[in-house]
Design a protein around this ligand. Structure first.
Ligand code: FAD
Length: 473
């Protein structure tokens, strides 16, 4: 192993990409400085993204399931929601996790600087400290992990306490009677589900012809059907033309061919129309770092920018903007800095939408296969034939495999149903290990579990499923 103990490495941004990079670099013996404005590492994911949203979605699922229990002869009275207590429980989860990261940082002797970094040149950062003062620090290598922020549509910008982005929605100030969610992507649907479960009447507006644009339609359908019951409205092919504050709320006007009601007043509006990379870092123009057309920092497969001293990882370098992608990129960048032969070339980056049902996919999707003109075989196993799904009273799920007809290799996996986010890990492993459909078919899965549906889908591919009946042609 190369001697890296003399390398001074700075990591700018303490999200799941940045802190993973900093901690691994310290473990490999480098002298590491991690810079972030928060008290502890964690970034968007821990403070205002993955973790708070999943804590609240857990509560939403519990409430929804308590309603469903009526079907099983168990009646709960309507929940009494103590918003302040719920908020403080969620804050407690964040504090525990970020505090833990602060400890791990200290244990590794990572120098954690609370502040914001700007570039003076390729090897020098000027750090403005949150507690006052600034300092120029020199490094051999710098890893940019500054993440992303909510995108803003200028025409929908309104300076009003009734307007929310994902960050303020997670603050959970109150539960509005009516909520308009602009954008039917995963963040809008997850947060819309939380507010709907807590009692808001939620309307989602999506400008394309379906929720979760980009995801395979057969995976989205069961979610759409359930959300139709949970939400007051789902308006597709619709855009919000204007938002205007009035005494009793925000008046939204809608445009689109199918729009029936042109205007409506909502207590609050959540705009969730995507995210933008935080690549406008002061002084970046004093380095050789280049940005791509959408503002992402350009990197190669080793996460090196066009400046030999600077690496970049996570949301700031491109899609998919997901925490686990950021972490793996962070680790890769550090291995490369350490002189190891490494590059970021995953066969599958799983994506999970933590709604109810959850939607998850990994590897090739049917949409991508179609766009590439790639021949695939699709094998689907409906959860209506899964014993475990029936014991959960959830027959709305489905597991599908995308298989290369020539080699029988599993190229993609898609799952919709409760727990799909956990199940997709098996699909991701299958793709990374170059598993054949036969490997999944022959792997004994525990019964009764939802994981069996992955094996069952492989049986469908070979026409050997004994859980469903398909007459031979
Ligand atoms: C509501 C919501 C839910 C989400 N749910 C999920 C999920 O379930 N699963 C998932 O995988 N992803 C989820 N994401 C996305 C996930 O949060 C991001 O992909 C992930 O946080 C990106 O990590 P990162 O390390 O690139 O940067 P970030 O987590 O964005 O962290 C970047 C850090 O850098 C800091 N920074 C910026 N500029 C500077 C500077 N000049 N100096 C110092 N510090 C700076 C920022 O303040 C921030 O703390 C969610 C996002 C949101 C908003």
């Amino acid at each position: 192993m190369a001697d890296t103990s003399s390398l001074r490495v700075a990591v700018v941004g303490g999200g799941p990409g940045g802190y993973a990079a900093a901690f691994l670099a310290a473990d490999l013996g480098m002298k590491v400085t991690l810079i972030d404005p928060e008290t502890n590492p964690g970034g968007v994911c821990l403070y205002r993204g993955c973790i708070p949203s999943k804590a609240l979605l857990h509560v939403a699922k519990l409430i929804e399931e308590s309603h469903q229990a009526r079907n099983w002869g168990i009646e709960f009275s309507d929940p009494k929601i103590d918003v302040a207590r719920l908020r403080s429980w969620k804050e407690g989860v964040i504090k525990k996790l970020t505090g833990g990261l602060g400890q791990l940082s200290k244990q590794r002797s990572v120098q954690y600087v609370q502040g914001r970094a700007a570039f003076e040149n390729s090897n020098t950062l000027r750090v403005t400290k949150s507690k006052g003062g600034d300092e120029a620090l020199a490094f051999d290598r710098i890893v940019i992990a500054t993440g992303s922020r909510p995108a803003v549509i200028p025409s929908l910008k309104l300076d009003s306490a009734r307007m929310m982005d994902s960050t303020s929605a997670l603050d959970l100030q109150d539960i509005p009677k009516t909520l308009l969610v602009v954008g039917g992507g995963y963040i809008g649907l997850e947060l819309g589900s939380v507010y709907a479960a807590l009692g808001s009447r939620v309307t989602v507006v999506e400008m394309t012809d379906g929720l979760l644009p980009g995801a395979d339609r057969d995976l989205v359908l069961p979610l759409h059907k359930r959300l139709e019951k949970m939400f007051e409205g789902i308006l597709l092919n619709t855009t919000v033309a204007s938002l205007k504050e009035e005494k009793n709320g925000i008046r939204a006007t809608f445009e689109g061919q199918n729009v029936k009601e042109r205007e409506k007043v909502f207590d609050k509006v959540l705009v969730s129309v995507g995210r933008k990379p935080n690549s406008e870092i002061a002084g970046l123009d004093k380095t050789r770092v280049k940005l791509g057309p959408k503002g992402f920092i350009q990197v190669n497969q080793q996460l090196q920018t066009d400046d030999p001293a600077i690496f970049a990882i996570g949301d700031v370098v491109g899609e998919p903007m997901l925490a686990h992608k950021a972490t793996h990129e962070g680790r890769t960048a550090v291995e490369v800095i350490a002189g190891h032969k490494y590059r970021f070339e995953p066969n599958a980056i799983p994506a999970v939408v933590f709604t109810d049902p959850e939607v998850a996919w990994a590897g090739l999707t049917e949409n991508q296969a179609k766009a590439q003109g790639r021949e695939i075989k699709v094998a689907k196993f409906p959860w209506a034939a899964s014993g475990r799904a029936l014991t959960l009273d959830r027959q709305d799920g489905m597991t599908k495999l995308l298989i290369d007809p020539a080699t029988e290799r599993v190229l993609g996996v898609g799952i919709v149903g409760p727990g799909a986010g956990e199940l997709i890990a098996e699909g991701t492993l299958a793709i990374e290990m170059a598993a054949l459909a036969g490997d999944l078919e022959l792997t004994i899965h525990p019964h009764p579990t939802l994981s069996e549906t992955v094996m069952n889908a492989a049986e469908v591919f070979y026409g050997t499923s004994t859980d469903i009946y398909r007459p031979k042609k």
